[in-house]
Design a protein around this ligand. Structure first.
Ligand code: FRU
Length: 509
């Protein structure tokens, strides 16, 4: 037998050592965000049935508990007292003879209009789409219908209504995602339903019988994909009530694939009338889809989106689970540059897990400035804020020792914010994933202010007090523990970095 050559043998041992100690890309929990909602395991998409009831925020979600790819949809369930720290609950709704459980909403039926309430117990009522896969396979048109389930124990357990479906399909392939609200002026329930390329409004006295009121949007807004997951709600601005209609669209988003557009206008209980026909986006980033707001939160409107994109949601390189939600965001209206815009800011409850702020005042940047010492010990999760009286080209650079980098910045010539994930880690799972994504700067105000919410594998940019938004996910081969700012020349007044605690008891810092 040939004697093993020692240098080769040593190289082989070194190789084994590197394999053992190198980045753990096969860690089944690699890339799991630590303060964003993720399912305990397997597949998750849209948030559903978000409702506040008796001091508890409920979150249901599109879930397939048997696989990390999309399949027969269930409603997963979790509860929280602050929308930040979550407790997983058993699955709330399982597929049945009418089909999979697609998206929908939950309302608190205080007046027991549905009659589901017994012995004074207020019913929670879920209104959701039943999607019949057999009908779809048989190339029928009417395989999506709207159905009800109710809970008489504050959301713990759910009973499907024997009279389902409550809204039959008139022969339209895309007929789904009911979002229901109580319209106090007309003392009736109003449902916004995504119907192919428009939103159809229905009304009901009891959640069981529905009357068509009107259609909206056939020729308005973005139409390069199917309309999905609407939400209609009032927001006050300077003493006047305005109505906001969210409409998700896939594909056709401003950076490709899925995204959510919105309209601001009036709603009279029957018809929605927009006050502008410009297409506006809740978030220009590629990874905020199917977001809607919690019901029963009074004047406060809190939004949560699914932090992925149908272009690659089934392919992203996570192992135990797929997908996370955005941080919950408080919505308000702004009037700027002659138009109404939606503002989104992380909810103030997020501050309860944010601590230990560090500051870098008065930075004069010309080239690359290394600021890593401020975030080195934070495990790739932190909140960064930046304010500057001037706005020039610059990029905040998140990086690791493998040379992977994610850039978030501003391009003065194009007047756009950007997230550049061209070299931010794994990208081969989907052609076109690794690219530079942009969002126009809506505001012209100075100073400019940015908040970056960074959580291991996601970044959420809130610029100009929440007027320009971008959310993007990325998959570095090692935690991005380095940080810098790159610019040909800019004076920045202040950068702060704060630690964020993990939200899951077993993963607490
Ligand atoms: C949007 C969507 C919805 C549907 C669900 C199915 O992401 O396609 O229209 O209810 O996902 O999981």
């Amino acid at each position: 037998m040939k004697k093993l050559h020692i240098p080769y043998f040593m190289m082989f041992c070194l190789f084994l050592l590197v394999q053992a100690c190198g980045p753990k890309t096969d860690d089944p929990e690699a890339h799991r965000p630590q303060f964003h909602f993720t399912p305990p395991s397997k597949w998750m998409n849209n948030p559903n049935g978000m409702v506040f009831h008796k001091g508890v925020y409920h979150l249901f979600y599109q879930h397939y508990p048997d696989s990390t790819v999309w399949g027969p949809m269930h409603w997963g369930h979790a509860v929280s007292k602050d929308m930040i720290r979550w407790e997983h609950k058993p699955i709330a709704l399982f597929p049945d003879s009418l089909g999979y459980i697609f998206s929908g909403s939950v309302v608190v039926d205080v007046n027991n209009t549905s009659g589901f309430g017994k012995n004074g117990q207020v019913p929670l009522v879920a209104i959701f789409t039943h999607h019949d896969p057999k009908g779809e396979k048989a190339k029928k048109l009417d395989y999506q219908v709207q159905s009800l389930a109710y809970s008489l124990d504050d959301g713990e357990t759910w009973t499907k209504y024997p009279g389902n479906p409550v809204l039959k399909n008139p022969g339209i392939i895309d007929f789904r995602d009911p979002k229901v609200m109580w319209f106090e002026k007309g003392k009736k329930w109003v449902m916004a339903l995504a119907v192919k390329d428009r939103i159809t409004f229905y009304s009901s006295p009891d959640l069981k019988t529905w009357k068509k009121e009107s259609e909206f949007g056939e020729k308005l807004g973005a139409h390069d994909g199917v309309w999905e997951c609407p939400d209609l709600f009032p927001l006050e601005f300077e003493g006047k009530t305005h109505w906001v209609l969210l409409v998700s669209i896939n594909p056709g988003g401003p950076n490709g694939g899925s995204a959510t557009q919105y309209f601001v206008g009036d709603f009279d209980g029957s018809t929605f009338t927009p006050n502008s026909i410009d297409t506006k986006w809740v978030d220009w980033g590629p990874d905020n889809y199917a977001g809607v707001t919690w019901s029963n939160t009074g004047k406060r409107k809190i939004f949560l989106g699914w932090m992925s994109n149908w272009q690659y949601a089934n392919l992203v390189p996570t192992i135990n689970w797929r997908s996370a939600m955005t941080v919950p965001r408080e919505l308000s209206l702004a009037h700027t540059e002659g138009a109404y815009y939606l503002r989104s800011q992380p909810i103030e409850e997020l501050n309860s897990i944010v601590s230990d702020p560090r500051e870098s005042p008065e930075l004069k940047i010309a080239g690359d400035m290394d600021l890593s010492e401020n975030v080195k010990d934070l495990g790739g999760k932190y909140v960064l804020t930046l304010s500057s009286k001037e706005i020039q080209d610059f990029a905040i650079v998140l990086s690791n020792d493998l040379g992977e980098e994610l850039l978030v910045g501003y391009d003065k010539e194009a007047n756009v914010y950007f997230i550049d994930r061209t070299r931010a880690g794994k990208k081969d799972f989907k052609k076109g994933f690794a690219k530079r994504l942009t969002s126009p700067r809506v505001s012209t105000d100075l100073p400019v202010d940015l908040t970056l919410v960074v959580d291991v594998a996601s970044v959420e940019l809130f610029a100009d007090k929440g007027l320009s938004l971008m959310t993007g996910i990325f998959f570095p081969n090692e935690t991005m523990e380095n940080l810098g700012i790159r610019s040909p020349g800019i004076n920045i007044d202040m950068v702060t970095y704060s630690k964020v605690a993990g939200i899951w008891p077993k993963r607490e810092d």
